[in-house]
Design a protein around this ligand. Structure first.
Ligand code: PAF
Length: 313
């Protein structure tokens, strides 16, 4: 099967390398120098058992070289979704399914603007993947990936439903355990609230995830930020699976030594995903009229930190 992965970050490289044993995989990168490098060196996966042999996929900047594909996985950071959807539109036709795997909820409105003939699904993953260097993924933890159709698509979803099952089987066979679910937005929000409670605080305290549990002030802010998020979720018709504060605490313990994606972005002086996480929650809260002062303040602090290096590189 012909599959495209859009975005050569940690998750994109992990999917592309894992899928390549059984499929024709195309990896889309907007950067021509990195494209050449990845074609030369291949993709490397490293876990606690060692490093894999390089896996070679076709890395291209021009989506027309790969189109049409049966499945396309959108693995760019949330802030790049709008631009990456232009690539997705060139890759997909009526028989394709686009699966978007972003943190937060900022990407959902961009996906909803896709033309009706492009079928799309969203997913949340708890794979632990970090990029050590371009194309070199440290794969530090396996967790379930869930994918599903959003309510807008579910009504017309016979064929799309079959594609969703195909996408889940394809990922699972490649070693990325994936289940199709009927309530994906509930899972997207559950993951959002974990990120709401952890990511910004790791930046403010400049610490790995596990250390947050040792700082009483951080724990109090985590509980307050997630509490606000639960209220917004409830007012937005979301039914959260499980207790999000417990989930965030467990993630901190399970990934104690990990540097969160937001702290990695700040240390590398890149734009963070604050707008898709706490920032998106603040916008949603305004729609349903729930006060969220703690999330507003977390968003303000991260934007201030970000501005200091983005404005003066
Ligand atoms: O964004 C991240 O870093 C991850 O989603 C999580 C779960 C916080 C673990 O580091």
């Amino acid at each position: 099967m012909k599959i495209a992965v859009i975005g050569p970050g940690a998750m994109g490289c992990l999917l592309a390398a894992s899928l390549t044993d059984h499929h024709e995989v195309w990896l889309l990168d907007h950067n021509p120098e990195r494209t050449a490098l990845l074609n030369r060196q291949g993709l490397l996966l490293e876990n606690d058992r060692g490093r894999s042999k390089p896996r070679f996929v076709k890395v291209v900047t021009d989506p027309r070289l790969a189109a049409p594909v049966k499945l396309a996985f959108l693995c760019v950071k949330s802030g790049r979704v709008r631009e990456a959807l232009r690539t997705a539109r060139l890759l997909c036709d009526r028989d394709s399914l686009l699966v978007a795997l972003q943190n937060g909820i900022g990407h959902l409105s961009h996906l909803a603007e896709l033309p009706g003939d492009i079928a799309w699904a969203v997913g949340v993953t708890s794979q632990g993947a970090t990029l050590a260097a371009p194309g070199h993924v440290l794969h530090q933890g396996q967790g379930i990936t869930r994918i599903g159709l959003t309510p807008e698509l579910s009504a017309s979803a016979d064929q799309t439903g079959e594609m969703l099952i195909l996408a889940a089987r394809t990922l699972t066979r490649a070693g990325i355990a994936t289940e199709p679910v009927t309530d994906i937005l509930n899972h997207v929000w559950a993951k959002l609230l974990v990120n709401v409670g952890i990511n910004a605080l790791t930046v403010i305290h400049d610490c790995p995830n596990g250390a947050l549990l040792e700082i009483p002030e951080a724990r109090a802010v985590m509980a307050a930020a997630i509490g606000e998020g639960c209220e917004v979720a409830g007012e937005s018709g979301i039914v959260l699976p499980g207790d999000p504060l417990k989930a965030a605490t467990e993630v901190c313990r399970a990934t104690a030594a990990n540097i969160s994606s937001m702290l990695q972005d700040v240390r590398a002086r890149r734009a963070t995903e604050i707008d898709a996480i706490n920032g998106a929650l603040v916008l949603k809260a305004a729609e349903v009229d729930v006060p969220v002062p703690v999330n507003r303040e977390l968003t303000r602090k991260i934007k201030e930190i970000e501005r200091a290096y983005l404005d003066f590189p």
